[in-house]
Design a protein around this ligand. Structure first.
Ligand code: NDP
Length: 316
């Protein structure tokens, strides 16, 4: 059965704009009050165009809120010792509040030791084992931007979480697992699914809140969704096959025209066209969760800076 009313479309863009504006106001207050301007440094190794654009956009987003944002771009053949030195220098620099290392690193560099080298109190991505542990222990921590942004979105739309059954598909360190911890904190009952889950559709149909973080275009179909569920689509998948897009979005000339202009289209992990009519609320792609990640990164940078300056983070 399909619900009689249209689902509430959760607008990540609007929420992200509000979050950025609030960060801007807090930065202005901090500086007016004699505080130091927060500073983020995004480190990129190599010249992958998508990563370069992303790193530059994070630095720019910082600048727009009044924080200092810098990107440090190192050559693709940077060796481990040199990268270590750069990260150590940023760790030791008191003016730097947030350090993020853009992933993936080139193949010759093992990521984990570098993620562990970044000081936990400057780890605005929330990937350091100390922050991961603190998250699961319900202690104050910097938590990964994407799932933290999802919680912010749900809260700002007043979506009740307490006591509800949340099912997450995907168990990565950057989305699925921290999403589980954050939803537990909100008193959800949490099921974490992955590629070895038996009868995934049945697990998903138990969800009041279904979070898809899989990396497969349109994977979540109506058979995965209970009527009235809230569906959060974290997936960002670039399609270059027009037929695939047409199958996912039939009778959608706007999407096809945009594809024809760019030669590709971004779609989520949820078959939006078929799933949306079943839901009480759903995030679109684009315009949903993707927008929140950078906004939450700004909040994390501000939080790191406030703590390092001995100031309160209440209200963040
Ligand atoms: P990963 O590839 O690290 O993880 C994918 C997860 O999906 C794995 O846990 C995997 O299971 C699970 N999975 C894969 N296939 C299936 C299947 N057939 N059935 C059930 N589970 C399956 O991806 P990420 O977590 O990094 O990203 C997920 C998606 O979110 C991607 O589209 C990515 O682009 C997007 N993303 C969006 C962000 C944003 O800002 N909105 C930020 C980060 C990611 P297993 O562990 O068993 O292999």
């Amino acid at each position: 059965m399909v619900s009689d009313s249209d689902p509430l479309v959760l607008n990540g863009k609007t929420i992200a704009t509000a979050m950025r504006n609030e960060v801007g106001e807090q930065v202005a207050r901090l500086v007016a009050d004699g505080g130091r301007r927060p500073k983020l440094v995004a480190v990129l190794v190599g010249d992958d165009p998508a990563s370069s654009t992303y790193v530059a956009s994070k630095a720019r987003a910082c600048e727009k809120t009044g924080m200092d944002g810098q990107s440090l771009v190192l050559p693709a053949d940077t060796d481990a010792a040199t990268l270590r030195q750069h990260l150590q220098r940023l760790n030791d620099d008191d003016r730097v509040d947030g350090i993020l290392l853009q992933l993936p690193l080139p193949k010759h560099l093992d990521e984990q030791p570098f993620l562990e080298l970044i000081r936990a109190d400057k780890d605005v991505d929330g990937f350091h084992p100390e922050n991961v542990g603190r998250l699961w222990l319900d202690q104050e921590a910097l938590t990964p931007a994407t799932p933290t942004g999802v919680i912010e979105l749900l809260q700002r739309y007043n979506i009740e979480l307490q006591g509800r059954h949340a099912v997450i598909v995907g168990r990565s360190h950057i989305v699925g697992k921290p999403m589980a911890a954050l939803l537990l904190r909100q008193n959800c009952t949490v099921t974490l699914c992955h590629s070895r889950t038996r009868d995934l559709k049945a697990e998903c149909r138990r969800a009041d809140l279904l979070v898809a973080a899989i990396g497969r275009p349109g994977f979540i179909t109506p058979e995965h969704v209970k009527e009235g569920a809230v569906v959060i689509d974290v997936g960002i998948n670039r399609l270059t096959d027009r037929t695939q897009l047409e199958a996912l979005f039939p009778n959608n000339p706007q999407r096809l025209a945009s594809f024809d202009k760019r030669g590709s289209a971004v779609v989520g992990d949820v078959d939006y066209h078929r799933v949306a009519p079943l839901c009480s609320a759903i995030t679109p792609v684009p315009g949903g969760v993707g927008r929140l990640t950078v906004a939450q990164l700004l909040v994390n940078t501000l939080a790191a800076s406030l703590r390092r300056q001995g100031r309160s983070t209440a209200g963040l």
